[in-house]
Design a protein around this ligand. Structure first.
Ligand code: PHE
Length: 342
């Protein structure tokens, strides 16, 4: 009996085989249990021999069962460790990180600098009405500026004789929208996309401008000059930078000035803030009384300055990029070359 069970246990392949053997040997109706029940019918002498022998046999079988059970568990664990093994020392597969587009980076930088100067951010729609893009800004229907802007018109049905909407040609309509909604005094910048039908090395049909507007009771051109000089010094990371105000004309400002910053060309490289050359960077002026009136603001009580500059233009100057069109080609090799992507 002993050999039969111990041999069986040694060969059992799994838990259920073991359990079968356990029931057959030491279960309630198992072979060993039945023999133990027969002890009662034996003579005391027989019992004295058979009793301890059966007890020893039962213990031996029980410990063999327990040992085999443990051995089976160990084997199962080893098998899992083998099949689920992970090599943590294996190098990961590199993933390229996305980056912020240079135009967005420059927009964020410019916004942060003007935030330090007390300007908050305003926005307006890219599809704009004729009124906000032109009339409210003192650009009458027959005004030559309408042609100069190479406007994209959103055509209406032939039966509809209202003026068509336009893709805004500048961020100046945000001046009107902001004053109309929030009143004055105000100090805002308005960054965003603008559109003109124009395409060459320095013009794309979609580009980015940032508008500035400051209205209060006693704001002058001197404030404009200071704000712009602070801005250029911070943006180009220079201690100071000379600006030149050239008399100009915009229908929505009076007087108007185009602003140049000091620069020079050294070995075909543009150096901002050095030498005796000039680079035009923006249009500006004192907001025209008609414009204030269009926005419901009394020009006898309020006055201020406005300016508008090209964000892409600023990025070209800052990073020495010669062709504006490359900004919008989505060519990763180009972005990497200028350090804008990894
Ligand atoms: N809107 C003008 C342009 O697009 C720039 C400008 C803005 C000029 C505000 C003066 C004042 O050219």
């Amino acid at each position: 009996v002993k050999a039969k069970y111990l041999g069986g246990i040694a060969e059992a392949a799994d838990d259920s085989a073991l359990e079968e053997l356990r029931l057959a040997a030491v279960g309630k109706k198992g072979e060993v249990s039945l023999k133990m029940r027969e002890l009662g019918k034996m003579t005391p002498d027989e019992r004295q021999v058979a009793g301890p022998a059966l007890n020893a046999l039962k213990n031996e079988i029980n410990s063999a069962l327990a040992a085999k059970k443990e051995a089976l568990e160990d084997a199962a664990l080893n098998e899992r460790l083998q099949s689920e093994w992970i090599d943590v020392s294996l190098a990961g597969r590199p993933r390229r990180e996305g980056t912020i587009h240079p135009v967005s980076q420059v927009t964020e930088e410019v916004t942060a600098i003007f935030a330090d100067l007390g300007f908050s951010v305003a926005e307006g729609p890219q599809i704009e009405s004729d009124w906000y893009n032109f009339d409210a800004l003192n650009i009458a229907p027959e005004h030559p500026a309408r042609q100069e802007h190479d406007t994209f018109y959103m055509h209406r049905d032939e039966s509809d004789d209202r003026p068509p909407h336009v893709l805004r040609t500048h961020t100046s309509p945000v001046q009107i929208r902001h004053m109309e909604k929030h009143g004055v005094p105000c100090r805002i910048i308005a960054p965003g996309r603008v559109y003109r039908a124009d395409y060459d090395q320095t013009h794309t049909p979609m580009f980015h401008q940032i508008e500035g507007l400051a209205i209060d009771k006693d704001i002058s051109m001197a404030n404009l000059k200071w704000v712009l000089e602070e801005f250029f010094a911070a943006f180009f990371d220079l201690d100071g930078i000379k600006t030149r105000f050239r008399a100009s004309h915009f229908p929505f400002t009076e007087p108007s000035a185009e602003v140049d910053i000091q620069c020079s060309w050294v070995d075909g490289q543009l150096r901002i803030g050095e030498g005796d050359g000039w680079m035009e960077v923006l249009g500006s002026g004192m907001v025209h009384p008609h414009v204030l009136r269009s926005a419901g603001v009394d020009p006898d009580e309020w006055q201020g300055f406005a300016f508008g500059m090209g964000i892409d233009r600023l990025a070209m100057l800052k990073y020495g990029i010669p062709d504006l069109r490359a900004f919008f080609d989505s060519d990763l090799r180009w972005l990497r070359h200028y350090g804008f992507a990894c």
